[in-house]
Design a protein around this ligand. Structure first.
Ligand SMILES: [Zn+2]
Length: 242
C-alpha cells in the first residue's frame, strides 16, 4: 500500500486523484520479468504501484528464467503471484527462459541477437515447442491457464504469433499495440525505462518514451526499476526518467 510518506510527496487525496495528476494518460500497467530470482524486488515494486487506477493490470511471468529459476520450485513466489491474481492482476506468460535458444557467440554475432530476444526469429515449430514448455510450467505452478502472452522484448515473428493462436491464447502485446485474436489490433504504445548499462541506447529510448507519455499508454516496469521506487520520490523519479 502507499505509505504516508509518499502520500505527502504526491499531495494526498484519493489514489485516483494522485495518480491522475502524475500520469494522466496511463491506460494499463504491466510488471515484466517476474521470476523467483527477484522476489524481494517484486514485492517492493508491487507495493508502490498497487493503487494506480488503470483499466488493466498484469504480471508477465518467466517460467524458467535463464533455465535456472523454475517457478515450480519456488512456492513463495507462486503464493505471491496467486495473491496478486486474487487481487485483480492478470498472470500472463512471458517467454520460457527469456534467453534465445540459439544463443552462441557466433550466432549472436552474425544475427546480432541480444539477451532477452528469446522468440526472435523462431519458426512455427520452434515457437510451439517453447510455448508448450512455458505453458506446462505455468499450469503446474499456478493451476490456471494464461490468456495472454508477451514475447521477451516484444520480439515475436508472424510464425510465433500463429503458434500462439493455435495454442489457444487470446492475445499478445507488441511495443506499439495489443493484438487481440478475436477483436483485432489496439494501438496503444508501451512506456518503459531503459535498464542496464547502455547510456546511449537509454538516452534514445527516453526521448521516444517522452513522446508516448503525452497520449494513452501502457506503463511497463521491470524489477530493475526497483531502486527508484523507494517510497518517497516516485513522482519526481518518473518525470526525471523521461
Ligand atoms: Zn522481459
Amino acid at each position: 500500500m502507499i505509505s504516508p510518506s509518499r502520500d505527502d510527496v504526491l499531495g494526498g487525496g484519493s489514489p485516483t486523484h494522485r495518480w491522475t495528476n502524475v500520469m494522466p494518460h496511463i491506460w494499463s500497467i504491466s510488471i515484466h520479468d517476474a521470476t523467483p530470482r527477484c522476489l524481494p524486488q517484486l514485492r517492493r515494486l508491487f507495493d508502490c504501484v498497487m493503487d494506480i487506477p488503470v483499466t488493466c493490470r498484469s504480471v508477465a511471468i518467466v517460467p524458467n528464467w535463464d533455465l535456472q529459476w523454475d517457478v515450480r520450485a519456488h512456492p513463495d513466489f507462486i503464493e505471491f503471484m496467486k495473491e496478486l491474481e486474487t487481487g485483480g492482476w492478470e498472470l500472463v506468460l512471458h517467454g520460457y527462459s527469456h534467453s534465445h535458444p540459439k544463443r552462441t557467440p557466433i550466432y549472436n554475432r552474425i544475427f546480432r541477437v541480444r539477451q532477452g530476444w528469446e522468440f526472435y526469429g523462431l519458426n512455427y515449430a520452434e515457437s510451439t515447442t517453447l510455448l508448450t514448455k512455458g505453458l506446462q510450467a505455468f499450469r503446474e505452478a499456478f493451476a490456471s491457464e494464461p490468456k495472454g502472452f508477451v514475447a521477451p522484448n516484444w520480439h515475436l515473428s508472424p510464425e510465433g504469433e500463429r503458434a500462439l493462436r493455435d495454442l489457444g491464447f487470446s492475445y499478445t502485446t507488441y511495443m506499439n499495440r495489443i493484438e487481440n485474436f478475436d477483436t483485432g489490433s489496439l494501438y496503444i504504445p508501451a512506456v518503459w525505462f531503459g535498464i542496464g548499462k547502455r547510456p546511449m541506447v537509454n538516452r534514445i529510448n527516453r526521448a521516444i518514451q517522452k513522446r508516448r507519455w503525452r497520449k494513452p499508454y501502457r506503463l511497463v516496469l521491470h524489477p530493475g526499476d526497483r531502486l527508484s521506487f523507494d517510497g518517497t520520490n516516485l513522482r519526481v523519479d518518473l518525470h526525471s526518467r523521461l
